[in-house]
Write a protein that binds this ligand. Structure first.
Ligand code: UDP
Length: 501
């Protein structure tokens, strides 16, 4: 018995920053075009997480692939980068490739049930092997990069060409980018700097990216109007239809000050703690309410990164002498156990008590309601690792960024935020670098000075970009409108519905 609906399968990489935009993409496709069956495929714990977030979107189906992390030398239940220490990331990436066989089985089961292959398989760029699966069963293959166009183009070009190996200079160019566009060796994170083509990171990246390049359509979580250079380079580089279907933010992120969770109230569950953040929400928002507009610095390094104990102490010292109010999402520093050591060891003596008593700082442990904090009018800057979701969330609220990129494509995001958009000041780079408290103070003061100079400029530019992001996304509930993200989505649907011979 066949299904009347065409089937779209979606396969996000196993990381929080990938699951959320994939889910938002599923929601957006479903909202725009009824009549597709959409199934998101992942490992059991990720599916459990997704299930807890999509109860109100029951038309999106979920399917589990068996995965046992201990078979790959990882800790039990490691199914997401959120639970992973940085030195196990590579093992985890290689382990993820073993999902190909169960995924193939699932596709065959679906074919038997539907009486035909899925219309298309939308896979993460880190799951290039899924392009092979799609091609082998006659489904359209679509790659979705959850990051921006500039970051995607630079990251892929870097890993495929390793241009820093071909020059003794500190600066290098990236194939696909204009020659005038220089990249700096010192901005590369450790595994990229050390990559020589024969190492395991290069092997993983080159194989998955090369396979992804064979897909028929490319989706990118960005907005045509905010990334003209990135999209131009990406299109030239890929020679494929590239649809800028972003911003894949929660639809509630569209108005400053009016956020509620994309997945139903208080349902954005932290994978590490398993807690719903209701109590944090209340505490953070009450705390923001007692501070003035644009006065608070929000500090978070995403769902998987942390900094070293010495960096943490310097950051704390800088915050204290600077005196600006802040909310800091605190994670145990590198090499400290998540549950073990007391935080007395990582922070200056008495810091937390002084900050609490004076109401200068709120320390939130592990997970904060980021979008709500960014959407609050008291938030004036975001000290961020520049993960793409954080970037979009911050800019959608007109909040300028203090950059501290750490891994993945974050260093390229930061470069674009500084050079192309003018909305970011860099404080530090990489997980291991020296950060002085007085530099923390200098940068925060510069960005938080909204009355003059660079701080004022950055605020204006972030506000303009925020408007463009909200305009691209905000009207998507208004079905008749020709907004960019809807045009891109329609282009995508036309492409997957086009018969190829
Ligand atoms: N996030 C959050 N609270 C936190 C840390 C992260 O809500 O305390 C969310 C954040 O809003 C974003 C995602 O987790 O949607 C992190 O994605 P990003 O691409 O910025 O970084 P990654 O975690 O992938 O490095």
């Amino acid at each position: 018995m066949g299904s009347e609906h065409e089937h779209i399968l979606m396969l996000p990489f196993l990381a929080q920053g990938h699951l959320i935009p994939f889910l938002e993409l599923a929601r957006k496709i479903h909202q725009r075009i009824a009549g597709f069956t959409i199934t998101i495929v992942s490992t059991p714990l990720n599916i459990h997480y997704l299930r807890s977030t999509i109860s109100s979107h029951s038309n999106i189906y979920l399917a589990e692939l068996p995965f046992c992390s201990t078979d790959h030398g990882l800790q039990p239940d490691t199914e997401n980068t959120e639970k992973l220490s940085a030195n196990n990331l590579l093992t985890f990436c290689h382990a993820s490739v073993t999902l190909e066989a169960p995924f193939r089985n699932l596709v065959h089961d679906i074919m038997e049930q539907d009486g035909r292959p899925p219309l298309c398989i939308i896979s993460d760029v880190f799951f290039g092997w899924a392009v092979n699966v799609a091609k082998s069963v006659g489904s359209k293959s679509v790659t979705f990069t959850t990051c921006g166009a500039y970051g995607t183009a630079a990251y892929m070009s870097f890993w495929l060409n390793l241009p820093h190996r071909h020059t003794d200079c500190e600066e290098f160019t990236l194939p696909g980018f204009p020659d005038s566009h220089r990249f700096h060796r010192s901005h590369l994170h450790q595994s990229a700097k050390a990559a020589d083509g024969a190492d395991k990171w290069s092997a993983f990246m080159q194989s998955q990216i090369s396979l992804s390049l064979l897909s028929q359509v490319w989706l990118c979580n960005t907005v045509e109007e905010i990334e003209p250079l990135g999209l131009e380079v990406l299109r030239k580089y890929l020679k494929l239809p590239v649809c800028a279907v972003g911003p894949l933010l929660s639809s509630a992120a569209l108005k400053k000050g009016s956020y509620s969770s994309p997945f139903g109230s208080n349902s954005h569950v932290c994978q590490r703690t398993g807690k719903k953040p209701g109590i944090f929400h209340k505490k953070c928002l009450e705390w923001l309410n007692i501070h003035g507009p644009d006065s608070v610095v929000y500090i978070s390094f995403g769902s998987q990164n942390t900094i070293s104990a010495s960096q943490m102490r310097e950051l704390a010292l800088g915050l204290e002498v600077c005196g600006k109010p802040f909310i800091w999402v605190l994670r145990p520093p590198i090499r400290f156990d998540m549950k073990g050591e007391s935080r007395g060891g990582w922070l200056p003596e008495g810091f937390e008590k002084r900050m609490t008593d004076s109401k200068q700082g709120l320390l939130v442990h592990n997970w904060a309601p980021q979008l709500e904090i960014l959407a609050h009018e008291s938030t004036g800057a975001f000290l961020s690792h520049c993960g793409w979701n954080s970037v979009l969330e911050s800019l959608s609220q007109g909040v300028p960024i203090i950059g501290w990129p750490m891994g993945a494509e974050q260093t390229y995001n930061t470069k674009m935020l500084v050079e192309e958009m003018g909305v970011c000041e860099v404080l530090a780079r990489a997980v291991q670098c020296d950060v002085a408290g007085k530099e923390v103070k200098r940068v925060i003061e510069l960005v938080m000075d909204k009355k003059k100079g660079k701080g004022l400029e950055m605020k204006k530019k972030a506000a303009e970009i925020g408007e463009r992001i909200r305009a691209a996304a905000g009207k998507d509930q208004d079905h008749g409108k020709d907004v960019p993200s809807i045009k891109a989505l329609d282009q995508f649907v036309r492409t997957i519905l086009t018969k190829t011979t």
